[in-house]
Write a protein that binds this ligand. Sequence first.
Ligand SMILES: [Zn+2]
Length: 268
Amino acid sequence: MSWKLGLALVFVALFAQASGASGRGADGNFDVRTSSHFVLHQDVDIDQSGGFHGSRRFEQQVLATLESAFENLDRLLGLRPERKLDVVVYDSGIFDQQFGGLFRFQAAGFYAGIIRVRGASELSIQLRRVLHHELVHAALDVAAPSFVFPAWINEGGAEWFEARAALGKRGLSGPEWAALQRLAASGSLFSLAQLSVPAYSRMGGQSAQIAYLQSYALIEFLARTYGERTLPRFYAELIRSRDVARALKRVYRLDPQQLEALFFDQLQ
Ligand SMILES: [Zn+2]
């Protein structure tokens, strides 16, 4: 596959959509609005353009979120895309219609050259998370267009940044720890080699859920054990060398087997 794919995942039920029939939005005519680092295309079914619930305010909020995520991305992962990034926010019904069949699980957004997200009529916490998540995929692609990052680094970094920057979450939650320990005890976690595929898009829902959680936990393990400040160095070294083993060695003095062993040990 020549194009790279980064996904944000939601494990919630699809709720029924009544889109397209009313209002001025979701008509295929995208409103375009730019900020310092982004070009936003927006086609959510929002009735009014002005006012508190209007589309203009929504677009400004989305761009403000993206710009703040941009600064946090530089600070936390040392990534600062040098070109403007296109972000398309679709009406949720249209997103599901157009892209629902691409994945074996429900996606809330994906990156393939352009950030595409399943919109909402307001800036929900879910939408904030997806925007943060996809920004990592876009930034890694801009930094190393010809390099296919192992999914645990690409998705793990996106999940970590989403949790850290959009939610202010540090470390694994109690339920996440419990789930990982349970999965480890039953031999249901993946090996690092299995998590080093280009993407998890072909996995079934349950496997994908485990792969995303474990990838997040791997990046969180590096941040917790060696300090958050090592992450920008790790990503920079990886982008420079395009060699995971070398980047792990230089920044953490670990080879992939050691990382895997340490990660599993802490779950015992
Ligand atoms: Zn992703």
